[in-house]
Write a protein that binds this ligand. Sequence first.
Ligand SMILES: O=C[C@H](O)COP(=O)(O)O
Length: 313
Amino acid sequence: MTRNPGTDLRVDWFETIHINTPATERRAASLPARRSLKKDHQAAWLLNAIRCIDLTTLAGGDTPDRVARLCAKARQPVAPDLLAAMGVGGLTTGAVCVYPTMVAAAKRALGNSGVPVASVATGFPAGLMPLDLRLAEIRYAVDQGADEIDIVITRAHVLRADWAALYDELRAMREACGAAKMKAILATGDLKSLENVAKASHVAMQAGADFIKTSTGKEGVNATLPVSLVMCRAIRDYGAQTDHVVGFKPAGGLRTAKDALNWQVLMAEELGRGWLRPDLFRIGASSLLGDIERQISHHVTGRYAGAHRQAIA
Ligand SMILES: O=C[C@H](O)COP(=O)(O)O
């Protein structure tokens, strides 16, 4: 798929945006009821969610061994007998997501599986480091073999409405990413208003982000449906303005199969079914896969899988 090349900074495209918060919250709350996903249909959507998971470990205690176990799970996210019973083969997660010093271990463990490695960078999670060090961290991760870079923005640029500063740092980050895809984490829980979320989304896309992502998983409030709705509409508006396509990644706090279904309904309702694929939609999650596997096991066998079937995540 062609990458989003970005545009010049066009503040006029978003400066008058006004978000009706109660209406956004109402629409978000109505989403879960908009599609009734039962039985086989629901299992198919859960399998699709797995295809779109960025299986994540971002903990101080990460080690190459722990990352290797995560990668084994990414290569084979569901027990083969369950998949065989559903007539599905070759299922992997969308990517694994790790800290830069774990990229090499992840690449080794993933081998020729085709599962991409995403690395966080730019002083994740707060991003409060000098820009040259943040750019150097991107280059390090790319050099280690990262296929995708999940960057964090300087929240202060948004809070001060300094769109030029935000655009310039994102442009520099996009350049440092080179051939690696750039996923721009807005840390929406820090941005104070839905207007700010919408405006930061536009600036990130104008600067060439391949994906916009809600959260690091470390903010007080992480992915929510209202914030995600605002970001999806920004993606739609940017697409209408430029014809460029940008992906969406909710992340942080998504833990249940129900969450995976709700966010897919959001994508289908706001952007269309065509967006439910890993090059346009990812779910960043460290502990979602276990619940999805439990539901799939229940679908196939009529009972919930024991914990032994769920090695990690
Ligand atoms: O990008 C992914 C997030 O860090 C994962 O957050 P989580 O641990 O709440 O699933």
